[in-house]
Design a protein around this ligand. Sequence first.
Ligand SMILES: *[C@@H]1O[C@H](CO)[C@@H](O)[C@H](O)[C@H]1NC(C)=O
Ligand SMILES: *[C@@H]1O[C@H](CO)[C@@H](O)[C@H](O)[C@H]1NC(C)=O
Ligand SMILES: *[C@@H]1O[C@H](CO)[C@@H](O)[C@H](O)[C@H]1NC(C)=O
Ligand SMILES: *[C@@H]1O[C@H](CO)[C@@H](O)[C@H](O)[C@H]1NC(C)=O
Ligand SMILES: *[C@@H]1O[C@H](CO)[C@@H](O)[C@H](O)[C@H]1NC(C)=O
Ligand SMILES: *[C@@H]1O[C@H](CO)[C@@H](O)[C@H](O)[C@H]1NC(C)=O
Ligand SMILES: *[C@@H]1O[C@H](CO)[C@@H](O)[C@H](O)[C@H]1NC(C)=O
Ligand SMILES: *[C@@H]1O[C@H](CO)[C@@H](O)[C@H](O)[C@H]1NC(C)=O
Length: 906
Amino acid sequence: MVDQRSIGVAFLYLLLLLLFESTFEQQVQQQQQLSSGIELTALFELRSSLGLRSKDWPRKVDPCSSWNGIRCENGSVIWINISGFRRTRLGKQDPQFAVDSLANFTRLVSFNASRFLLPGSIPDWFGQRLLTLQVLDLRSCSVTGVIPSSLGNLTNLTSLYLSDNRLTGQISSTLGQLLSLSVLHLSKNLLTGSIPSSFGSLMNLTSLDISSNNLTGLIPPAIGALSKLQSLNLSNNSLTSAIPAQLGDLDSLIDLDLSSNDLSGLVPQDLGGLRNLQRIDFGKNGLSGSLPVNFFPSPSQLQVIVLRNNSFVGDLPEVLWSIPRLKLLDISRNNFTGTLPNSALNDNATAAELDISQNKFYGGLTTVLRRFSSTDLSGNYFEGRVPDYMHDNASLSSNCLQIVPNQRTLAECVSFYAERGLSFDNFGRPNSTERPVPESGKSNRRIIILAAVLGGAGLIVLLILLLLLVLCFRRRSSTNHRGIGVEPVPAGETPSPGVAINLSSLGDLFTYQQLLQATGDFSDANLIKHGHSGDLFRGILEGGSPVVIKRIDLQSIKKEAYLLELDFFSKVSHTRVVPLLGHCLEKENEKFLVYKYMPNGDLSSSLYRKNSLEDDSLQSLDWITRLKIAIGAAEGLSYLHHECMPPFVHRDVQASSILLDDKFEVRLGSLSEVCAQEGDGHQNRITRLLRFPQSSEQGSSGSSTALCAYDVYCFGKVLLGLVTGKLDISASSDTQMKEWLERTLPYISIYDKELVTKILDPSLLVDEDLLEEVWAMAIVARSCLNPKPSRRPLMRYILKALENPLRVVREDNSSSARLRTTSSRGSWNAALFGSWRQSSSDVAVIPAASTTKAEGGSSFKQSGTTGSQGSAQNGGGDHSSSRRRHSKEIFPEPSEAQDIERQDRD
Ligand SMILES: *[C@@H]1O[C@H](CO)[C@@H](O)[C@H](O)[C@H]1NC(C)=O
Ligand SMILES: *[C@@H]1O[C@H](CO)[C@@H](O)[C@H](O)[C@H]1NC(C)=O
Ligand SMILES: *[C@@H]1O[C@H](CO)[C@@H](O)[C@H](O)[C@H]1NC(C)=O
Ligand SMILES: *[C@@H]1O[C@H](CO)[C@@H](O)[C@H](O)[C@H]1NC(C)=O
Ligand SMILES: *[C@@H]1O[C@H](CO)[C@@H](O)[C@H](O)[C@H]1NC(C)=O
Ligand SMILES: *[C@@H]1O[C@H](CO)[C@@H](O)[C@H](O)[C@H]1NC(C)=O
Ligand SMILES: *[C@@H]1O[C@H](CO)[C@@H](O)[C@H](O)[C@H]1NC(C)=O
Ligand SMILES: *[C@@H]1O[C@H](CO)[C@@H](O)[C@H](O)[C@H]1NC(C)=O
């Protein structure tokens, strides 16, 4: 029984609980439910007048809890949002701005119908009946007609969006009464007239957008009072006159867009009050004058600056270059001028876009460009070389830059710079053709000569070449893999990178960043010279040690050049060769080799610099040093020619290749053309022909440059330069060189010491003893300059001769007969003089005293046709020998020698 009772109590309790719960739920539901019948009717009227779908607003359920876009409060509708709703099929047939029943919602706060088609004009009664409205959003509703002035009665309105419609007429000044307004967007309509100055009362406005209308007149200065305004967009209208200075008071402004109007005049001085500005766009107006220096006194927030398409002139305020958060600077299509500042980069600076195209900037490109990830510099007058940090996508056309396509004409550039009293760098080319600049001038001339030769030979040669190429390629491809990695790569053949070259033996691996740092971004100030195998820069490594860095631009320099050099360094290391400290091959189009810095530069600069100052000739290198340098260079070359297997040919022996350390010890440089001498100095014609076009591109001489004898010839010129002080002559044209040799060589005779004083460098002070050494070096030089490669002495004999200069002159003078007879035992002196004696003979047999006699006897012979270097080029082969037999030798033979010789024989 007890059990039954307790069960009964429990049941009762449960029942009570359920009852209570249900009444509670009812109460809550009543709160949410629409309580006003008027509003319910109004909602259904709205539903049918707008043609809304029952999917969104279903029948037989409570609108407050179940309809999309309806919100209620205390049983009244406060929020209607039909944004983006679709109409029923019937509703689509005749869409209307039919919202009369809105008037029955007495507490409506927000009506949002954006992107819902409401063709028709905004009813006048909106301003009388929707007084509770705070948000009216009719964006993209195809609303037409004028904005009713009664809207000015909606004083509780905080947001009014009417953009992207077809509203016409003027903007009613009554909108200025909407004192609570925070957002006013009227953009993309057909509004005309001017901006009401009553807008100046909208003190709570944060965003004003009236862009893309047909507004005229001026920007009301009163707008400057809107102290909460963050965004002001008046772009794409026809507003005129100047920008009111009062806009500078908008100290909350973040985004200011006045672009695409007809604004004119100067930019006001005091826009500096825009302390929070992030984006400013004055583009496409007629603004003129120069920018006030304090245009952006506190640019810390600025990210976007657009001043394009105006008529601004003058310099850009420097502050614009160092804005920390900049993302875009577009000042294109103005008449800004000036040079880029050389300012240091702010570490915190973001990457940015830069467009300064179509202005009048000039001068060199500087490091301020580093932070910009995209750059348009086209249509200016920048000159000089394009620095490494410039991105590949940079637009550089129509400037005055070096080595860049589509630049302005020389005349344009020269006259632009001349107007400013500046001189133009002439695209980096020499100003006049009279004074040739060593490297580029020489190679240019060679290319011209080669082009002429090739042109003359014509199609036939080309065809033959092609045929031979095909034949040769077939042969090579079958025998190609034999020697890789073991033997030096023959001249003209591309070494395969990675296979043949052991990079680990090539010093340190540098990163590109390290090299940028070392050279100050390869600044012009650190440029030593533009070499034919790359640009040389001086640099300081992090540890403080000075280096020379060669930058090889693979777009203008053949890849083979640096690979040959690397290959060379991987096999050779010698005290007479400039030390390679490391390399940086990480960039695709640019490679870098790092050498030890040579404090005394190269021979050409050491001697030339001193000699160029006419008054203090005492400073020129003394004879002892000159001889020391000659010996050092000979040691280096002798090592290459005789101690390497197979022999290496330097191919670029000249004063500028002879580098000098602090003690004037020689280190050979310019090793980009080094190659192994092929086949014992005898090359077959096919290889020579095949190599011809390639070496022409590299600016080196023809095939015979791959012979050690070519080095000897070039070394002869250096020696003669040391004697005469005219080292630069070897860098001059072939014709000049030839003439000079013709004038100089007659003064070198083994039988007349005094003769050499006629060509002696006037700045050299030499006594009688030293004169003998000078004389000896001159004699050695002359024997090196023998036009026949086979008659030139070997480098090891030249070295011996330079080491023992007095024996050259004394022994030969006193007992030339003995020397000749001992020539068979191969003494250096005999070899040297053997070649000397042979020099005028045309018999192509290596020194054999017996053959010389037949042809001897003539006095000095002069060269007729080709320059000396041309002879050297031809010397390797025999195809030109018949022509040369008729031409006279450039190398004069002392007749006395022949006479004595004859006497000896007799
Ligand atoms: C709704 O408002 C309209 C216009 O003000 C009025 O004519 C109509 O009677 C109202 N409807 C109801 C149910 O009160
Ligand atoms: C405007 O808003 C205030 C406060 O929100 C309110 O007291 C006032 O009644 C509103 N005015 C109208 C016309 O609804
Ligand atoms: C609303 O504004 C119009 C004109 O803008 C005015 O005539 C009218 O009296 C105002 N109505 C109310 C209720 O304030
Ligand atoms: C402007 O906004 C502030 C705060 O946002 C508010 O207190 C003030 O009442 C508003 N002024 C008007 C005229 O609505
Ligand atoms: C607005 O200006 C444009 C260009 O002047 C013109 O084509 C267009 O018809 C104008 N619209 C109105 C409504 O005046
Ligand atoms: C720049 O100046 C020239 C003449 O000095 C003028 O012809 C040109 O229209 C100007 N360009 C701009 C964009 O103002
Ligand atoms: C870079 O940023 C740091 C920290 O944000 C700041 O301390 C430093 O001053 C900034 N440097 C510059 C040059 O703006
Ligand atoms: C050309 O001459 C000007 C001075 O007239 C000089 O500034 C400029 O460096 C020279 N350019 C070259 C490549 O020599």
